[in-house]
Design a binder for this molecule. Sequence first.
Ligand code: CO
Length: 516
Amino acid sequence: MTTSASTTSVGQTTTPYEGLIGLAREAALLGSTASLLNWDQQTMMPPGGLAYRSRQLACLASLHHGVLTDPRLGEHLAGCESDQALMADPTGPAAVNVRELRRLHDRQRKLPRSLVEELARTTSLAQHEWAEARRDSDFARFRPLLEKVVALLRHKAQCLGWPADGEPWDALAEDYEPGCTAAAVEAIFGPLRERLQGLLGELMAGSTRPSDALNELKLPIEKQQKFVRFVAAQIGFDFSRGRLDCSAHPFCSGTHCNDVRMTTRFQQTMVCEALGSTMHETGHGIYEQGLPAENIGTPMGESVSLGIHESQSRMWENQVGRSRAFWSWCHPKLAEFFGAAVESLSLDDVYGGANIVRPGFIRVEADEVTYNLHVMARFDIERVLIRGDLKVSEIPGAWNDAYREYLGLEVPDDRRGCLQDIHWSSGSIGYFPTYTLGNLYAAQLFDKAAADIDGLFEQFARGEFAALKAWLNEHIHSQGQRYRAADLCKQVTGKPLSADPLMRYLEGKLRPLYGQ
Ligand code: CO
């Protein structure tokens, strides 16, 4: 890339762009260190470490905020923006980095340092309290800290502001899906909900249903651990540049493309969930490992948005991991790992078992049809919560009402209701809809990959996943933040995001399994 000044050495004046990138990389060092401490808190840290950890995280958040709001960063940005040669190609690395750092700098400057520190400290404590409250199904225990988190987030939204035709939720969602608004989400969710509920009713009335034999087996957790690690490596996760551990809630956090941390979880009777969660997080992990190393620490070395991130995890979990081709390779592997316990299972049993559709209480265990209904219920609640139209104490009631309406279920307790997800305790309001956007992007991107790659499913049936990974590396991962999510979708698939590919995929796969 070109800049207006000649090569510099230590002590000489740097160009505005060099100065800008230096500060961006410093912010990324602090941000990724915080992410590593958060990973440690979820996986390794003894309970006694909590109070000090929350102070460590608050300190790093404050330093991170300090770098991003540094007046020198603003001066460098102004210098870059007036350099026409530097900005000539709007999708070139320099212009992209300037565009995204401008967005970040302006946004951070609206937030008081004290609020940033307080949010980091409080959410660290709240995540711990959530885990305890979830274990005991005790919402009253979690409530005071959640009230504090929501009050801080409402303050954050006020500081950031939103357009005249928008609402507070929009201000927070910008952290996860730039440009996403509640109104836009509602416009997608309304019709999608009708189509999904229609398909659900149709399947439930079908003449047959897949075998549940796979989900009824009790399989030793140590064997499940070996099995899911094997699959993660087979589909392309590089264990020399990442780890897989256990946590209460599966996640993937990238500290650097060469050090990616994923987690999963196990239950004896739920090998499908452990496999699904692991393939899901591996999809995130492959994205992180595929980011361009030379651009790490700058927007050109970062993922586009959570919706695009989720498209990668859901694609490996669903389009790959719930396909018949995948299972025709994986079915004999089950016997290698679990021996006699699985020998009575046929290919139809395991493929069917991975595709059971059944309304349930838990989002992360949900099938592909009901999954988005779980997301829609959360979106409705957090939207009014952050607007101030719902009190924290009213969440359990609102939750149970939504599950009755969307999924036809009576939620038996808060552990299987509003306490199941970590997100609100970590301050992530505005996050949930990115899961459904991810499902839509996954279906649309996968259609294009399947059209571009000859014999994709035949490759899966042979246990070969490298061509899909290479396609994603080229079209998505290596691009960093060159395009915003909606533009990336158009760029890669030639069309704007639509719900049609997802619905076509679900109907095509599930109707035959349910005799429709
Ligand atoms: Co995910």
